[in-house]
Design a protein around this ligand. Structure first.
Ligand code: 6PG
Length: 266
């Protein structure tokens, strides 16, 4: 049974006994959002990241979810991608294809990966253009007060330094307000060239999940969730604060081991 705690503006925090329990809870959460979104708008626009997230989503491929998840209605995007060939072992597209997308009946034309044959800057521009077309047709929803995309769900991991997507601490792209998709060529985590949704796009989503495991991330989890005062470094994961949407943290016990602020109940 996961412990659940609500930390006001920091969203819901769920702490799991094991990775197996976390995977089940994550699959249930995604399946419920998919069902609700398909019922409401006929489609489900979801953005993935790289790292351990995809393996933690593996239970979605299990038979019981075929009853609730209408894969044909899913539209897949990447909240961040490494600018490498799609068949490269560093590619987040390849990671998701091998670990998830090839195992479920997703419609190939609904999978929106980046153009991997151009520079990072061009790939970011191309990706933003592609998303603009899908916003026009409402395959991706639009925010109430602007023409910005409002993804049904954005799934993020977090690094030990508090980065989320490919938005790293102290990087200038963290303050990007005009673009929907940005690029970097100096990622501290290899490979260096990446594209990422900007913070405003992440924070306009209807739902955002931060999926974080391992004791190496405990300090960053504490800084991102607990109220640590004005000296707290500005962590990208802490800047993930959906304006009108819901934020859920999926943690295992080691990642949550330095958390102090939340009141938890079963
Ligand atoms: O492509 C990437 O590198 C990511 O999208 C990145 O933001 C990742 O999610 C975190 O670094 C956590 O990765 P792990 O879960 O593997 O630690």
């Amino acid at each position: 049974m996961a412990l659940s705690g609500t930390c006001t503006e920091r969203g819901e925090v769920k702490i799991h006994e094991s990775l197996d329990e976390l995977s089940t809870d994550l699959a249930d959460y995604i399946a419920k959002l998919s069902e609700a979104s398909v019922k409401e708008r006929g489609v489900f626009a979801v953005a993935l990241s790289g790292g351990s997230l995809i393996d933690l989503m593996r239970k979605l491929c299990d038979a019981p979810y075929n009853k609730t998840v209408d894969w044909a209605k899913w539209y897949i995007f990447w909240a961040d991608e490494r600018v490498v060939a799609k068949n490269h072992s560093n590619s987040n597209y390849k990671l998701a294809k091998d670990g998830l997308l090839s195992k479920v009946p997703i419609i190939p034309s609904h999978v929106h990966s980046i153009n991997d044959s151009v520079s990072a800057e061009e790939a970011a521009d191309d990706y933003e253009f592609a998303i603009r077309q899908l916003v026009k047709t409402r395959m991706v929803s639009v925010s109430e007060n602007s023409d910005c995309p409002k993804f049904d769900l954005i799934l993020l991991g977090m690094g030990p330094d508090g980065h989320a997507a490919s938005l790293f601490p102290n990087h200038s792209v963290l303050s990007e307000k005009d673009e929907w998709v940005t690029f970097i060529t100096d990622s501290p985590k290899p490979p260096p060239e990446r594209i990422a949704f900007t913070m405003p796009v992440i924070n306009l989503a209807s739902n955002v999940a931060l999926v974080v495991t391992g004791d190496v991330k405990a300090e960053a989890v504490h800084l991102a969730i607990d109220d640590v005062g004005p000296d707290c470094p500005s962590l990208p994961a802490k800047m993930v604060q959906p304006m009108k949407g819901n934020l859920v943290w999926f943690l295992d016990k080691p990642a949550a081991s330095k958390l102090g602020r939340c009141q938890f109940s079963e």
